[in-house]
Design a binder for this molecule. Structure first.
Ligand code: BT5
Length: 231
């Protein structure tokens, strides 16, 4: 297991925890915010959460160069799913490439950004938001289970799972964490469109690609992109 969370910086409001991580610090350095004024998603999108309602943090990772850094968003999704399943006793899915789903709603998102030869991994988990404070396809622990959760307890559990899964991934790649991914694949069997390719999602493969069965039994593997799916 890799110990994550030291040194730790807690801030009230910031633009984005992603920007506050100093990459010269040792691996495991953590920034936690109560609120972000410009929380970031992938591809220039934003991550929104009212003050005091969500777990918002970034952690500094220094993976070996041979490990593909985009896989870390999946590793993070697995760790968040492990933690939520352990705490809530409910099954949690991963929607390729970086969403964590509970009761078919996005409850958390992960963002792996390469910087200065390191990776700043950001995770947002919706905890106390009401439906009015969330996008339509999103949920919070509160809206989905009827109760909230102490954000510090949640953070400790997520960091512990992440430390475990990250250590396994460092040593053995996605293969070593695949037990946490394959069975949780939210898109499997659903009609999807990614980067203009439409078909039925069949699996996430061991390189982290989404396999899509298109016409005539042909399978296309997609490395990244935004997924539109049928419910
Ligand atoms: C993600 O991006 O899902 C990655 C989100 C990472 C957020 C964390 S919070 C701590 C750290 N600091 C940051 O600045 N970011 C990280 P993506 O797949 O691009 O999803 C973004 C999309 O999700 C938006 O375009 C909205 O449609 C939707 N969205 C925004 N806020 C949301 C929320 N609270 N819950 C669920 N969906 C949300």
């Amino acid at each position: 297991m890799t110990e994550l969370g030291e040194p730790r910086l807690d801030v009230g409001t910031c633009e984005s925890t992603q920007l506050l991580v100093d990459t010269s610090l040792p691996e495991g350095a953590l920034v936690v915010a109560d609120h972000q004024s410009s929380g970031r998603g992938r591809l220039g999108r934003s991550w929104e959460a009212p003050a005091g309602a969500a777990l918002l943090f970034s952690v500094l990772l220094k993976p070996p160069p041979e490990r593909p850094e985009p896989e870390l968003a999946l590793v993070a999704g697995i760790a968040v799913a492990d933690a939520l399943e352990r705490l809530l006793g409910l099954s949690v899915q991963i929607k390729w490439p970086n969403d964590v789903m509970l009761r078919r709603k996005k409850v958390a998102g992960c963002l792996a950004e390469a910087r200065d030869g390191a990776v700043v991994l950001g995770i947002g988990v919706n905890v106390e938001q009401t439906n009015d404070e969330l996008p339509p396809d999103a949920g919070s622990i509160r809206t989905l289970t009827g109760r909230g959760w102490d954000r510090d307890d949640l953070l400790s559990t997520v960091l512990e799972s992440l430390g475990n899964r990250y250590a396994s991934w460092r040593a053995g790649g996605l293969d070593a964490v695949f037990d946490g991914l394959g069975p949780r694949d939210f898109l499997r069997g659903r009609q999807v469109t990614v980067n203009g390719t439409s078909g039925v999602a069949t699996m996430i493969d061991r390189e982290g690609r989404l396999a899509i069965a298109i016409d005539h039994g042909e399978v296309v593997k997609v490395e990244s992109g935004e997924v539109a799916y049928a419910r």
